[in-house]
Structure formats: C-alpha cells, structure tokens
Design a protein around this ligand. Structure first.
Ligand code: AMP
Ligand code: MG
Length: 496
C-alpha cells in the first residue's frame, strides 16, 4: 500500500497536464512502494539549469514520493497508453509498463517539465514484465542521457536515482532502482498510433491540439497549424539524428514508441557511442539485420515520420489527395534538413568553413579512411582539433592513428590544403569535437562497481566528466581512452 500525502504538505509536482488528453489515453496507476528507499544520486546540475530548488528533492517526503512509496492523492500518478511499430512490426498496445508519470514541475520561466519514475513497478501495461529496472540499467540511462545533454543534444534528462531496496531478477538477483526522468513531453509517434487505432480521427485531433497547446503554443493561431506542427516535428527529428551521428551515437531502438514528438532523445536501452568508426555499426543484441545501424538512422527516422504523416492526413486537408501532397512536401524537408545539418556539422568538425563539392567529397573520403583504418571516431576528431590548436606533438599523434602511414600522410596533406582556404577556428572545432563520450566499457565499469561493490565513485566521476565533454582535467584523461581488447563491449541490451 502506498502512503498518501496530506493536502497540507507542499510538493513541487503540482500539475498533471496529461489529464487533458482523451480519457482512453491514460489511466491512474500507483507505483509499487520501495521496501528501503535511498537517494543514490540527485542531479544538482539539472535542478540548477531548471532553476528549481533542490530542498524538496532531498527531503524525506521527496524521497518517499520519488521512490514510489508515497503518492499525492490530490494529483495521482498516471500511466500512458501507446502503440508502436517495433522493428517494422505493428504492436497495437504497449504503454508505460514500468514507468509512472507523477506530473509536472514548473521552472522559473514557466516551462512545465514532466517528472516520471522508471522502474517503479507493474502497471496496467506491464504484460509479462515485472515493471522493474536494475540499478545497472538506471545508471546506464543516467550516464548516457546526461552525456547527451553535455553534448548539447536534445534529450530526456536524468534527475535522480533511487535504490528501492528490492531485488530484481535478471538471470540472477540485481539491486533494483528507479530513475527519475524529466522531459518536455513524453508523447511519442506511438501515442498518435494508439489514438488513431482506439479513438479515430477525433482522438488524433484532440491529441494534436493538446501537444500544440502544451509544447508549440506559437502555432496555435496559425490557419495551417497542423501542417506546421508536422513540419516542426520533422525538422527536430532531422536535426536530432544529424547530431547523434556527428558524435557517433547509435540509438539502437528507433521504434515509433521511442520517437519523441518534441524531438528529444528518448529511451536509452541498447544505445551506444561507437569507438572505431564503422558506418554499419550496430550494438543492440536484438538488431540482427542492422536496421538501426549508425548510417541507417536517417532513413528509419523518415520511415517513422511517414507513419505519423498517415495519421495526421485528415488534419492537413479535407481532400485526401491534397492532404497527401502537403504531407509529402513536408516529408521532403527531412532529407534537406538532415543533409544540411550533417554536412555543416562535418565541416565544423574538420575545421572547414567553405562548403563545396570538393569539400563534401573530402568528408566522404575522410569517413572511408576512418573505416578502412579502424580509427576511433572521437579520438580522431580530438587529435585534429589539437593539431588545429598547434598542441605539442599533435601532428605525430594524429599520424599514429593510421596503420598505413602513406594513407595518413596523404589525408593530412589534403586536410591542410582545405584548412588553408577555410577560416573555421579552433574554438568552433573544439565545440564540435568532444574529448570524451560515454564509452561502453567505462559505463559498464561504473555499473559493475556500483552493482557488485556498492561503490558509486566511478559512476559519480564519469557523470561529472561527461557533463562537460569539451574540457578535461589531466587526471581524468584515462576515461577518454578506447577499450583494451578485453574491455570491448560487443552488445547492448534493451530494458534490462
Ligand atoms: P522499450 O524497449 O524500453 O521501449 O520497451 C518496450 C515496452 O516494454 C514498453 O511498453 C515498456 O514499458 C515495456 N517494458 C520494458 N521493460 C519492462 C519491464 N521490466 N516490465 C514491464 N514492462 C516493460
Ligand atoms: Mg521505450
């Protein structure tokens, strides 16, 4: 049984905007109380950025609510229904199977931010699952999502980690934990797929009006607001995917239920940053056909957006043909925005300001060289940034990355020529080329220390360094190194 908060007690989670959605889209659901809740980590950086006071989050009441033990009877938690195309297959009913939406807090500028618990017990949508999360999967999402935020890439954020005191069985017993996740919205393409299936066009219209009011109020008075919303969703996805690719990120489960309407990275399951560059790289243990490989991500995002287009058509135009034409016109924008962002991003990474056919070819050749030479993506761009800064021995260290010295020297020569004609500064290169990413083996080491030895120091250290990936203290440089052969993580898993 959950304890309940009396109305006299103040807590900052006072909104529950999703109650404005059609009634079939959500249900009340109580988290499972934790047997021995502990606050393992509170993300003070995030609270500072949101300009929200941290006192409540550390208080007894705060911990009791965030660990699912106490609920606010005046604003009960809900779970949301959604459908999905998972790996291209239609799944009519998914929904929050291990997450509870507590509601929203308000930041000092009036923005409402979702506070959701993940790993907080079974819900009406759990199917055969236990509704739980292991400490390891929670720390993984924390580290990778906060690394993403450090890289200035839109993402859900990790606000806190709580130990539940309960064990979670995944082959063996693991400590259970809850991640407190924040987002600008938790609505996904899958929410629209659910609305059309269960509620038809009226349901879709209500859902679309809701999202405009909550997250795109600037569109509200426009006569073509639905089409403009779709355009904005497309632009955000195209820009997001380009940003992922520019830092070597592979999401791994780009299903429609994991495609956020507001363009934030969501669902850190089998995702990973790659070490050695390989455009066909896949980590996810269940992605056998390379559907979500690094270089497949734009076409998959486009496919997901086409699913959304089908659902929104009646809102674009009463005439079906005209509606289809309008949707197509918007969808065509995806490729343009993606290519533009990716090309500009690559130019910045290489320190080239002038975009030409030749410089585009040079980028393509650079990526081919990295693949052939098995060069670490992050280290390569970090070293050229050091060359641009005229650091000691940087030239030698760059060439050392190439097995074939002649390939290296030829590439270096060409790069110097392109650089000479360009004006992009070292500072701009530095902002495009992180020194550190959330490397799988480092994430695993932090998880193992916490899970097996109750030692959270490696987790804290890694999250501190990842928060500012464009600078590094000499003492932390070892966190930057690629894995030794025995440290290589070959596969990553969903929902563990
Ligand atoms: P994901 O692959 O994390 O996007 O999850 C797909 C679906 O499975 C979502 O509806 C989740 O809520 C659900 N799910 C994942 N893990 C669990 C679990 N341990 N218990 C119940 N539902 C789960
Ligand atoms: Mg998901």
């Amino acid at each position: 049984m959950n304890a309940t908060l009396s109305s006299a007690e103040k807590n900052p989670i006072i909104y529950q905007n999703y109650r404005k959605l059609p009634a079939d889209m959500f249900m009340e659901s109580n988290p499972t109380p934790s047997s021995a809740p502990t606050l393992i980590d509170l993300n003070n950086n995030l609270l500072e950025q949101l300009d929200v006071d941290s006192t409540w989050f550390r208080s007894e009441q705060g911990i009791s609510i965030l660990s699912g033990s106490t609920i606010n009877a005046d604003n009960p938690p809900i779970v949301m229904a959604y459908s999905a195309h998972q790996f291209g297959q239609w799944v009519p009913l998914l929904g929050d199977g291990r997450a509870h939406m507590l509601g929203q807090i308000e930041t000092s500028d009036g923005t409402k931010i979702d506070i959701q618990l993940k790993g907080s017990g079974r819900t009406q949508f759990s199917r055969a699952g236990d509704g739980r999360a292991t400490l390891g999967s929670v720390l993984r999402e924390y580290l990778v999502s906060e690394a993403m935020a450090g890289l200035n890439i839109p993402t859900t954020r990790s606000l806190a980690v709580l130990g539940t005191g309960n064990n979670v069985i995944r082959g063996r017993a693991f400590p259970g934990a809850i991640l407190v996740r924040t987002a600008t919205s938790h609505l996904r393409i899958g929410s629209f797929e659910y609305a059309i299936t269960r509620l038809g066009d009226d349901g879709v219209k209500s859902l679309t009006d809701y999202i405009i009011t909550q997250n795109f109020p600037e569109l509200e008075s426009s006569p073509s607001k639905y089409l403009e919303l779709f355009g904005e969703i497309i632009k955000r996805q195209a820009s997001l995917i380009s940003q992922w690719m520019l830092v070597g990120f592979i999401h791994g489960v780009m299903n429609t239920d994991n495609t956020s309407i507001v363009g934030e990275t969501i669902d850190y399951g089998p995702c990973a940053f790659m070490d050695e560059f390989n455009p066909a790289k896949v980590f996810s243990s269940i992605d056998h056909n390379g559907r979500y490989a690094w270089d497949q991500q734009p076409s998959i995002a486009y496919w997901n957006l086409s699913m959304l287009a089908n659902i929104l058509l009646p809102l674009f135009d009463a005439n079906k043909e005209r509606a289809v034409d309008k949707a197509k016109e918007q969808l065509e924008m995806f490729d343009l925005v993606f290519r533009d962002a990716f090309e500009k991003g690559m130019h910045k990474k290489l320190g080239l300001s002038d975009i030409s056919k030749e410089s585009e070819q040079f980028i393509s050749d650079t990526l081919t060289n990295l693949t052939k030479e098995n060069i670490d993506f992050t280290i390569f761009f970090d070293r050229i940034t050091r060359v641009a800064n005229k650091d000691d021995r940087a030239d030698t260290q760059l060439l050392e990355l190439f097995t074939n010295q002649q390939t290296g020297k030829t590439w270096f020569e060409q790069w110097r020529n392109y650089r000479a004609e360009s004006t992009t500064s070292f500072i701009s290169m530095r902002h495009a080329n992180p020194i550190i990413i959330a490397r799988n083996h480092r994430v695993e080491q932090a998880i193992d220390a916490a899970t097996d030895h109750n030692d959270f120091e490696p987790f804290r250290r890694l999250s501190r360094v990842l928060a500012n990936p464009f600078e590094i203290n000499p003492a932390d440089r070892e966190l930057e190194t690629p894995p030794q052969p025995k440290e290589i993580v070959l596969q990553t898993y969903c929902g563990t």
